[in-house]
Design a protein around this ligand. Structure first.
Ligand code: SAH
Ligand code: SF4
Length: 369
């Protein structure tokens, strides 16, 4: 039997696993703290666990870290890691330090099946879901490698955004335990407000997340009307804007914040006209607690799309702000190393199109919480 990867478990899962081994529940908490808080890589380091338990674990369990293909650091301090997840697939995580926080942007899938027109991950197609352990290992790596490098035992990562490769709500069963590890006081102890799931709008899963693990929610809107959104985010044909906004309103009952962040990628002469800003105002104003985050499009060759000019972005933002909608323009980080959330371009074995593609594109980085 293959050894169990302990990074696959939230505390509840680890407790059940320890009970199966005939161990008391509190042993699971100790083990969990060793793994996530102290970054232990070896059971022998876990000095307050009985020797008998440590040797039991050696036989049946493992801590499966991701192997790093490359690491790039930008002049602004942003770090991008490319991780090998096997089978010709690689995913990326991006660390974004700022004055008052440090955000890690995490991937949830190798590739993505949604296929948004402006997204290089979407253009690569879908290979597979990441496991809980593979999602958690990205945070484990950033937190503990950076602690070691900086010679500190203080917490490094304060915010997580699920804005790397993939659609997190299409990998729901792996996502939720990973979120629980991030939130757990014995794990990374992040507050719900500082963990953001970004989705292209998988309506039934927004409802489930509301029940199971209501963290901050960002929704990739990108268009004020269904005909245009159908073209940009194909999932809109299944879950049109009215249904999506209704789900967002339901989510707000349990959300840790009183607004949803709507992301809007600015595409020259596609969705960036002042009239479209007015349509967006009519769609959202007084209908839902929201903030709008305008993202300058990061072009890549296959997209055939162009980034909106700065004056067009400003004019669009002005309409929203005048209407009283809180609006930010996302700043780009890590441009010199092609790092960013949402536009990451690992290497994906596309199971739907059966060839390997590699696309690299500079991307913008989320600013949340
Ligand atoms: N699948 C999820 C999360 C990953 S994408 C989602 O779509 O929300 C994270 C963010 O990056 C999304 O808002 C997405 O629209 C945005 N994004 C994708 N491609 C981009 C590009 N080329 N330029 C700028 N932002 C992009
Ligand atoms: Fe997938 Fe998000 Fe990219 Fe759309 S924007 S293809 S949902 S990763």
């Amino acid at each position: 039997m293959d050894a169990v990867n302990l990074l696959d478990y939230d505390l509840e899962g680890l407790t059940a696993f320890c009970e199966q081994l005939g161990e008391k529940r509190f042993r699971a908490t100790q083990l969990f703290r060793w793994i996530h808080q102290k970054g232990a890589t070896d059971f022998d380091q876990m000095s307050d666990l009985a020797k008998s338990l440590r040797s039991k674990l050696q036989g049946v369990a493992t801590l499966k870290r991701l192997s790093v293909i490359s690491e790039h650091m930008s002049s602004d301090g942003t770090i991008k890691w490319l991780f090998d997840v096997g089978g010709g697939n690689a995913v990326e995580s991006v660390y974004i330090p700022e004055d008052d926080r440090a955000t890690l942007c995490i991937s949830s899938q190798a590739g993505c099946a949604v296929g948004c027109r402006f997204c290089s991950t979407g253009h690569q197609g879908f290979s597979r879901n990441l496991s809980t352990g593979e999602i958690v290992a990205q945070l484990w790596h950033a937190e503990h490698v950076l602690r070691q490098r900086l010679g500190t035992s203080d917490r490094i990562i304060s915010n997580v955004v699920m804005m790397g490769m993939g659609e997190p709500l299409q990998n729901y069963s792996a996502l939720v335990p990973a979120l629980k590890v991030m939130l757990d006081d014995h794990g990374y102890g992040l507050s719900r407000r500082r963990v953001t799931v970004s989705t292209s709008g998988v309506v039934p899963m927004i409802d489930r997340l509301r029940e199971d693990c209501p963290v901050a929610l960002a929704v990739s809107l990108h268009a004020p009307t269904d005909p245009l959104r159908d073209q940009l985010v194909p999932l809109n044909k299944k879950y049109p804007i009215a249904e999506l906004l209704a789900a967002c309103n339901r989510y707000l009952d349990k959300a840790p914040r009183d607004f949803i962040t709507f992301e809007y990628c600015m595409l020259q002469e596609v969705n960036d006209a002042p009239e479209q800003a007015h349509e967006l105002v009519r769609l959202l104003k007084n209908k839902i607690g929201c903030k709008i985050n305008l993202i300058p499009f990061n072009p890549f060759p296959a997209s055939g799309l162009i980034r909106s000019t700065h004056p067009r972005v400003q004019a669009f933002a002005e309409v929203l702000i005048q209407a009283g909608i809180v609006t930010t323009v996302r700043k780009t980080r890590g441009d010199d190393i092609d790092a960013a959330c949402g536009q990451l371009a690992g290497e994906v074995q596309d199971r739907t199109r059966a060839h390997i593609r590699m696309v690299r594109a500079p991307v913008t980085v989320a600013k949340s919480a």
